[in-house]
Ligand binder design. Structure first.
Ligand code: TRP
Length: 331
């Protein structure tokens, strides 16, 4: 039997090339070797968007479209809408007994996000405990492997702690997951900022037209001191080269371009033209598949619904084991 993967995204916006490099590409590769569950985490998305349910609702299908467009195949992947798996909410309630408030307060990912989102002292309790609910996501499906970016590692650590605690206290019914960190940590934004994000306005989306991508690449931040073509340029902190590292299938060519740029004599226009070509080699097929699925939204909905129903049975089996282990009644 294949090992099981559980991974997912919050549907708060369309997916961008940062998601592609950080996780989607990896998932497409892994789907053949693992029984893959992909969670469209709308419940988690609501923890910091509860005032905007429409935003979450409308992005569920957008994210599903992005998944299919990058080549995630329903024959290998089970797409799951989180809010349709009530067992995740049930497990969350029981797991909450196994963690302390002070421990949750120390979670580095949540800490950073609380600062970024300017919650101040009004952190919603639902947001504060989302690592526990993420432990429920992972264990509900008995995932062995969770492919994640670096920033999500504390979530897996928290899950492992809950699993060990549960199994020791009640009965060894939960599967202990392990994290699998992808090779490219994070793609910077078009503006050179460390993170690409929809709200930062510095992203290339998988659904962008070829014209939009061309325009975005032309406007990318480069070395601000590289004024004349003949000037030596800086590669470090230059997002154009970070993208080439991530997308150019020929690393030797990238090294040559970097050397030339450092030396001087290689203009930004020329490197960007090359980058656009390399990006489009990935994005054009994605765009075409996306367009095809957009014309058949009925199919996309069916894939999501059938995946979710299948997943619910797996979660129900876990819940049954958990109830027995915890000596809960089950009528
Ligand atoms: N927290 C993840 C994110 O911010 C999304 C997510 C929810 C997830 N549940 C998960 C990822 C379970 C991996 C496993 O994108």
């Amino acid at each position: 039997m294949k090992q099981r993967i559980l991974t997912g995204d919050r549907p708060t916006g369309p997916l961008h090339i940062g998601h592609y490099v950080g996780s989607l590409r990896n998932r497409v590769r892994l789907q053949h070797d693992y029984d893959t569950y992909i969670l469209i985490a709308d419940v988690q998305a609501l923890t910091d968007n509860f005032e905007h349910p429409q935003k979450v609702r409308s992005n569920i299908m957008q994210v599903a479209l992005d998944y299919l467009a990058v080549g995630l195949d329903p024959a290998h992947c089970t797409f799951v809408v989180q809010s349709q798996i009530p067992q995740i909410a049930e497990l969350t309630v029981f797991y909450l007994n196994l963690v302390t408030v002070s421990h949750l307060r120390q979670n580095p990912t949540v800490k950073t996000e609380i600062e970024q989102k300017n919650f101040g002292s009004s952190v919603p309790a639902g947001f504060f405990i989302y690592p526990v609910s993420q432990a429920a996501d992972i264990t509900a499906f008995g995932a062995h492997v969770v492919p994640v970016g670096e920033d999500q590692l504390p979530m897996i650590e928290q899950t492992v702690e809950i699993v060990r605690r549960f199994n020791r206290l009640y009965a060894p019914v939960l599967t202990e997951p392990r994290a699998m960190v992808g090779e490219t940590a994070r793609l910077p934004g078009l503006d050179g900022r460390a993170k690409m994000g929809k709200s930062l306005g510095n992203a290339i989306f998988l659904g962008d037209t070829a014209d939009t991508v061309a325009q975005k690449v032309r406007g990318m931040y480069t070395d601000p001191n590289h004024l004349k073509v003949g000037d030596p340029g800086q590669v470090e902190g230059n997002p154009v080269f970070a993208y080439l590292d991530a997308f150019d299938p020929d690393p030797e060519r990238v090294e040559d371009l970097k050397a030339h740029y450092r030396r001087g004599g290689l203009g930004d226009v020329k490197v960007k033209r090359h980058l656009l070509e390399v990006l489009e080699a990935t994005l054009e097929p994605v765009r075409q598949r996306r367009a095809a699925y957009e014309h058949d939204l009925g199919y996309v909905e069916r894939v999501v619904r059938e995946g979710t129903l299948r997943a619910r049975e797996v979660a129900a089996a876990t819940m049954h084991d958990v109830r027995r282990a915890m000596q809960l009644l089950e009528f």
